[in-house]
Design a protein around this ligand. Structure first.
Ligand SMILES: NC(=O)c1ccc[n+]([C@@H]2O[C@H](COP(=O)([O-])OP(=O)(O)OC[C@H]3O[C@@H](n4cnc5c(N)ncnc54)[C@H](O)[C@@H]3O)[C@@H](O)[C@H]2O)c1
Length: 397
């Protein structure tokens, strides 16, 4: 084997299915190279490209989605083919937070109508004087001292809650599944309720930051709207399906909801009175794309180089840091309904190996990372790979 062939053999290849910010790809270390051939890649970086019809080569170890939503990726098929799928939660949270703050201001002052008035009167030579009499139509309210309800206090909701405090608002949060990490991100002045109805009944502004899943789809329905304060400003920068369009149309028509600010332009929303509609701009900033690309690249490299899984959407989190000097590392992806980790450790014991390991499962997908003092022979790994339920056994180091 000549030097070039050896270099190619030791190289990890990454294929970009979409344009990925160089802010991320520039972080690839010298043993990585970008490739145009998806089939030779160990890792794929993707944004919104549809992957459901793609065939994956045996070389592919992982896919990283630079962004949060993963409905363009066949997660279950990937899991069964031993391909770990990552996303980049929180990497675009600041971008969405800033637009939500903008949305609150758009909902509280006649900014949109005021801009339209100026456009419509662009040719008026007396526009400066006429503006003084027209502006009373566009007067609004300040948000300082008003109460903001935040439904969902994850990456985005927590940032919105904290920023609203800085604008002088009172903030009431609701999140029945709040993780300890997310709770730490909240400033102590954010009040908390265990009843979402408290948000509906008492808040002047309500913003929703939850995933669209069974249990949240359509949660802003007729009953929820009926409990809200008259003239509330409702903001939806999460997903269109969280809000029942018929209920919101009625609530806007009756004045129950004063303004509906949404990042989702649907045919129904475009017919609603007093809706301020944006074309899904929440995460559309240069910085968010850079942050997502950076996080996606680091996740891919940590998995390929060390076997660590952080922020996967089809496998459990499982990390052992960097493999200790002089030791070796094996990764096993498996179906936990068919294979018990004891079967893997029994093979190691039979081979006389000295090892320690981390093992996690998520639904039926299991992942074990094993540090071994001795270098294992190929036939030991082959025995593990032959176990029923083993998706992939990989020599990481
Ligand atoms: N507009 C955009 O461009 C844009 C960009 C990024 C994310 N998003 C959307 O924003 C939403 C939030 O994203 P995130 O990154 O903050 O997610 P996240 O996972 O960090 O937070 C979601 C939070 O919602 C909570 N939650 C789940 N069900 C709930 C319920 N029934 N009631 C109250 N809380 C509940 C969870 O416990 C979690 O804390 C998602 O729907 C995401 O798709 C939109």
């Amino acid at each position: 084997m000549n030097d070039t062939e050896l270099e190619r053999l030791n190289m990890n290849y990454i294929h970009c299915l979409n344009n990925i910010s160089a802010y991320g790809t520039d972080l690839l270390t010298s043993d990585y190279a970008l490739t145009d051939a998806a089939d030779e890649a160990q890792g794929i970086l993707v944004r919104s490209a549809a992957m459901h019809d793609m065939e994956f080569s045996d070389n592919l170890l992982a896919i990283a989605r630079a962004g949060a939503g993963v409905n363009n990726i066949p997660l279950e098929r990937c899991a069964e083919e031993g391909i770990v799928v990552f996303n980049t939660p929180g990497a675009n949270a600041n971008a969405v937070k800033e637009l939500v703050l903008c949305g609150m201001l758009l909902g509280s002052r006649g900014i949109v109508c005021g801009i339209e008035w100026c456009r419509d009167n662009a040719e008026d030579p007396n526009i400066a004087k006429d503006a003084e009499s027209a502006k009373k139509e566009f007067a609004g309210q300040e948000i300082m001292g008003k109460k903001l309800g935040v439904i969902g206090l994850g990456a985005i909701g927590a940032e919105v809650a904290n920023a609203a405090l800085g604008l002088g608002m009172d903030v009431l949060g609701y999140d029945p599944f709040l993780s300890p990490t997310a709770a730490w991100r909240l400033q102590p002045a954010v009040e908390f309720t265990t009843a979402v109805e408290d948000i509906y009944r008492t808040c002047d502004y309500i913003t929703i930051h939850v995933p669209a899943v069974q249990g949240t789809i359509g949660m802003i329905n007729k009953d929820a709207c009926a409990l809200m304060k008259d003239g509330v400003v409702f903001l939806n920068f999460s997903r269109d399906t969280l809000v029942d369009p018929a209920a919101m149309t009625d609530a806007l028509a009756s004045g129950k909801v004063g303004v509906y600010v949404t990042d989702f332009a649907t045919p129904e929303v475009m017919q609603m009175p007093n809706a301020i509609v944006l074309p899904h701009l929440g995460a559309s900033t240069e910085e968010a794309e850079d942050n997502c690309a950076k996080m996606a690249v680091l996740e891919l490299m940590d998995y390929i180089d060390n076997g660590n899984i952080v922020n996967s959407v089809n496998y459990p989190a499982c990390s052992l840091g960097v493999c200790p000097e002089g030791e070796h590392r094996i990764a096993v992806l498996y179906n936990s309904a068919d294979l018990a980790i004891g079967q893997v450790t029994a093979i190691l014991e039979e081979a006389g190996a000295t090892f320690d390991f981390a093992n996690q499962t998520r639904d039926e997908h299991g992942y074990a990372l094993i540090n071994v003092k001795e270098e294992l022979a190929d036939d030991v790994l082959a025995k593990m790979a032959d176990l029923e339920g083993a998706y992939l056994v990989r020599r990481v180091k």
